[in-house]
Write a protein that binds this ligand. Structure first.
Ligand SMILES: [Zn+2]
Length: 263
């Protein structure tokens, strides 16, 4: 049976002189792995060899989900592959892709996650054209953080960020709502609590990480992330990396390329 879908390539490895095994994140089917026979031949049904981040319409046969699907058509759209001169932007994309690949299952569709992943890749591409050198890193980091949060949301693992994850005391952006604790500016994040924890609860969570007020504000109100300073973004990214490390049971491979500039 042939299936048509819209897809983004998240992995491509050589299988033989002329063929590749590719992993696609598709909009309607979820993640699939397929053999692309003859993809490296000059004339193929796939518009040339398939590279990571290439995207477009695909047709594949998946007669048996235990085996590799067979890619029969790939109509590649232009625009997402070129990332000249910007290693950090490339690393952000590769990191987002690694997390997506690790945290989704084959044949488990997440159309909204597909849309936000495509948007993330496109926004990083555009940021290279529009942003000034000095703002570029912050901008790319903020796009990565927003994608990481939408990934967590779409797979049902969003941490609790609007209240203490333990006692449920609510936070609002910039300030804590609980009057009796209003003088405290202490915020913590704990993976084991799955979210922010307040000062009264932090002692129960040995893995907690103390947050600056700026970072806590951004987590409570994610709209602030796009406008944040690099220092705050690095702090948030460090927290997300430690959270993903907990979720995956190992540190993501690309993590070390993302926080290189932070002190
Ligand atoms: Zn609490």
């Amino acid at each position: 049976m042939l299936t048509k879908d819209t897809a983004i390539c998240i992995r491509a490895i050589d299988y033989s002189e002329t063929s590749q095994i590719v992993t696609f994140f598709t909009r309607a089917t979820g993640k699939i792995s397929a053999i692309a026979k003859g993809s490296k031949r000059p004339k193929s049904a796939f518009d040339g060899p398939i590279e990571i981040f290439s995207h477009g319409k695909i047709v594949f046969s998946d007669s048996n989900k235990e085996k590799l699907a067979t890619l029969t058509e790939f109509e590649q759209q232009p625009g997402l592959i070129g990332l000249r001169n910007n290693l950090f932007a490339l690393n952000c994309r590769l990191f987002g892709t690694e997390l997506l690949n690790s945290l989704t299952h084959d044949y488990d569709p997440h159309p909204e996650l597909f849309d936000s992943f495509l948007q993330f890749l496109q926004n990083i591409n555009e940021s290279q054209v529009t942003s000034y050198e000095s703002r570029a890193t912050s901008h790319e980091l903020s796009l990565l953080i927003l994608f990481q949060l939408s990934l967590l949301r779409e797979i049902g693992l969003m941490p609790i960020l609007n209240a203490c994850a333990n006692c449920k005391t609510r936070y609002s952006a910039g300030r804590r709502m609980a009057e009796r604790r209003a003088t405290s500016n202490e915020f913590y994040f704990s993976s084991s609590a799955n979210g922010l924890v307040c000062r009264d609860c932090e002692a129960s969570f040995p893995d907690k990480i103390r947050l600056t007020k700026n970072a806590a504000n951004c987590l409570v109100n994610v709209k602030m992330i796009a406008e944040s300073q690099e220092k705050t973004l690095n702090e948030i990214e460090r927290i997300l990396i430690s959270h993903f490390t907990e979720l995956l049971g190992h540190r993501p491979k690309m993590a070390k390329y993302i926080l290189v500039n932070s002190s």
